[in-house]
Design a protein around this ligand. Structure first.
Ligand code: SF4
Length: 329
């Protein structure tokens, strides 16, 4: 057997799960502990096959629509945030709902509603069709204009003197969002918005880590789902830095041909991708090459979000007679 050639792997820091994803997964786990299986999860709780598979094994049942949840059952809504119509439909089915929306996405919903209450036209910078964008559009109560490119800004059917405000999808690349915000500022006389504050800390930190890494490697692998917005952006950020970059959901998707001529490789993971998949990728790489693995320099994240315990407790049905006061003995 020929000797395996050496390969240095630099692991991005930070990478993988963010506080919003950890909260969403733990919310489903708590619901399962409180109620026992099945607990229904409307839409993938986060965009990752491994997470979905592991929660399914514990008794979570993933559905696309609230209409698929049996009447009266417990339903957890995804971290991406849900439109008002989803809550209305859940109420009609008497579902016991726990909203696992990430607090940072909920903040964007509140901002958009505040701007709408000021009578401003609402512009959402984001990717049409992504669940977070659908959730935000459906949470404001007025029509929302979604733009993802300079061309779409130019095509907005709003007059320049109309009071307007923008919010952004949390998982965009800073550079894309910045150029669109600049175009909006040129287009509208009275524009309000949070600058780049809506881009979440986890998205920003992971993108910064990839930029630092990309200068020292010939290729970057991003562990994440093709459906995951922040994982796609990580791959794009690496490619913009001039290195080959690939997105893979599972270790088996790693194509040995990608490694031809590569001596230094960067490895990262999107905010919805578990560390276990990163470790599986390393195992697979070690079958192909003689690995030297190093953690790249970077920041450690301390952000933690509280679980929605009040909502979780509210899903527990009390037996009818537990509401009666019993006379003292
Ligand atoms: S990527 Fe950011 S906005 Fe999305 S769930 Fe994680 S912390 Fe929340």
């Amino acid at each position: 057997m020929p000797a395996r050639s050496p390969l240095t792997v630099l692991l991005a820091q930070p990478r993988g799960f963010c506080a919003g994803v950890i909260r969403a997964i733990q919310t489903v786990e708590h619901a399962l502990q409180l109620h026992g299986p099945p607990v229904y999860v409307v839409h993938e709780i986060v965009h990752n096959r491994t997470v979905v598979r592991e929660l399914s094994a514990k008794g979570a049942v993933f559905v696309e629509r609230v209409e698929e949840v049996p009447r009266g059952a417990v339903a957890v809504l995804s971290a991406h945030g849900s439109a008002h119509s989803v809550f209305d439909r859940a109420e009609r089915r008497v579902l016991r709902v726990v909203d696992a929306v990430c607090p940072l996405v909920a903040k964007v919903h509140q901002q958009a509603r505040r701007y709408a209450s000021e009578g401003r036209a609402i512009i959402l910078i984001g990717h049409r069709g992504h669940p977070e964008v659908e959730g935000t559009v459906g949470s404001v109560g007025v029509p929302v204009h979604v733009v993802s490119s300079l061309r779409e800004v130019a095509a907005l059917r709003l007059s320049a003197d109309e009071p307007a405000a923008y919010v952004t999808q949390t998982t965009l690349s800073m550079d894309d969002a910045r150029s669109i915000i600049d175009a909006l500022k040129q287009r509208f006389l009275d524009l309000r918005g949070p600058e780049l504050d809506d881009i979440c800390y986890a998205t920003q930190n992971r993108q910064d880590a990839v930029r630092r890494l990309a200068g020292e490697v010939e290729m970057v692998l991003v562990v994440g789902s093709p459906k995951s917005s922040n994982s796609n952006r990580l791959r794009e950020v690496a490619a913009e830095c001039g290195v080959a970059a690939y997105l893979l959901d599972e270790a088996m998707q790693l194509d040995p041909a990608w490694l031809r001529g590569i001596n230094r490789l960067g490895l990262t993971a999107g905010a919805s991708a578990p560390e276990s998949v990163v470790q599986s990728v390393l195992e697979r790489l070690s079958l192909l090459r003689e690995l030297e693995v190093r953690e790249h320099e970077g920041s450690r994240e301390q952000v933690r979000f509280r679980l929605p315990m009040a909502a979780l407790r509210a899903t527990v049905r009390r037996p009818r007679n537990s509401l009666r006061c019993s006379a003292p003995a």
